[in-house]
Ligand binder design. Structure first.
Ligand SMILES: Cc1cc2nc3c(=O)[nH]c(=O)nc-3n(C[C@H](O)[C@H](O)[C@H](O)COP(=O)(O)O)c2cc1C
Length: 262
């Protein structure tokens, strides 16, 4: 199994990286005890060549391969494709993700139109100086769900300006263990994940949108059609373990919400 860690922080030994290292150490420790083979790779978005999105919409209309910005976005995307799980982490900057994380999310927007990480599990982490990080988590969670993924656990860590790793460990060992256990459970119990009600509704809303569209020659429509996602019997991107009632409720809410779109 391979876990890809995507850190938005510029600081290679900052709070976010220290929390991520503690997560990795905890995960590797318990994986070893269970003879579970797992490897980690870390990407610092701030140190990848990722230009700002110019809003040309070429990725939406003609495909991401045609993006005029020839940089690392597609190579990061294929690293996610080739991983079994993702950890997304950002420091809080003025109550949201920092600019490196936000720009990368913007550059990945083609994936909101044509979700490609279907059923892939993620853990989402935010570190902050003092308090506000709910919005930061939400930005990353909404992005990853929009890309077809399943967020299995999330948490925020108040870390001040820079806190020693040992202090972070003392303060947050329980939270970190919980995150590692949640991801491990998902990776070992592969029913395709347990998408939230929000994720299932989001799928249905998009499905209804594409079922109603007149633009049937578009890149996005073709993608949805070829995946088989336009059939009413299809209730999510992949097979999943969410319960019958939740799945039915998502279909119901999806139909209602989709009345307001398109
Ligand atoms: C430009 C900037 C803006 C920040 N904004 C906030 C904020 O709104 N709320 C907060 O609690 N902490 C804020 N912080 C503190 C960082 O979120 C915190 O120190 C974080 O753990 C830094 O992570 P890093 O060491 O991985 O870069 C800010 C820090 C910087 C540099």
């Amino acid at each position: 199994m391979k876990i890809l860690v995507i850190n938005g922080s510029f600081r290679r030994d900052g709070n976010t990286q220290r929390i991520l290292e503690l997560f990795k150490e905890e995960y590797l420790f318990s994986a070893k005890q269970q003879h579970f083979n797992v490897e980690f790779e870390t990407i610092f978005l701030a140190h990848e060549n990722i230009a700002f999105c110019r809003g040309c919409r070429v990725c939406f209309d003609k495909g991401e391969e045609k993006c005029p910005l020839k940089d690392e976005v597609l190579s990061v995307r294929s690293k996610i494709d080739n991983s079994d799980a993702v950890v997304l982490a950002s420091p809080v900057y003025v109550e949201d993700v920092n600019g490196f994380m936000k720009n990368w999310i913007d550059r990945m927007a083609f994936n909101n139109h044509r979700p490609a990480f279907c059923g892939k599990p993620a853990v989402v982490i935010a570190t902050s100086g003092a308090y506000s990080s709910d919005h930061t988590l939400k930005t990353m969670i909404r992005a990853f769900i929009g890309w077809g993924g399943v967020v299995v656990a999330k948490d925020k860590f108040i870390t001040g300006a820079l806190t020693a790793k040992e202090d972070l460990k003392k303060r947050y060992a329980v939270k970190i263990k919980y995150l590692a256990e949640k991801l491990h459970k998902n990776l070992t119990d592969r029913k395709g994940g347990y998408p939230s009600l929000y994720s299932l509704v989001a799928f249905r809303v998009q499905q209804k949108y594409w079922q109603k569209t007149k633009n049937i020659n578009s890149f996005d429509y073709t993608y949805w059609r070829d995946k088989g996602w336009l059939k009413n019997s299809c209730n999510y991107y992949t097979a999943h373990g969410a319960g019958f009632i939740k799945t039915k409720a998502a279909g119901f809410f999806g139909r209602i919400i989709s009345q307001f779109f398109g």
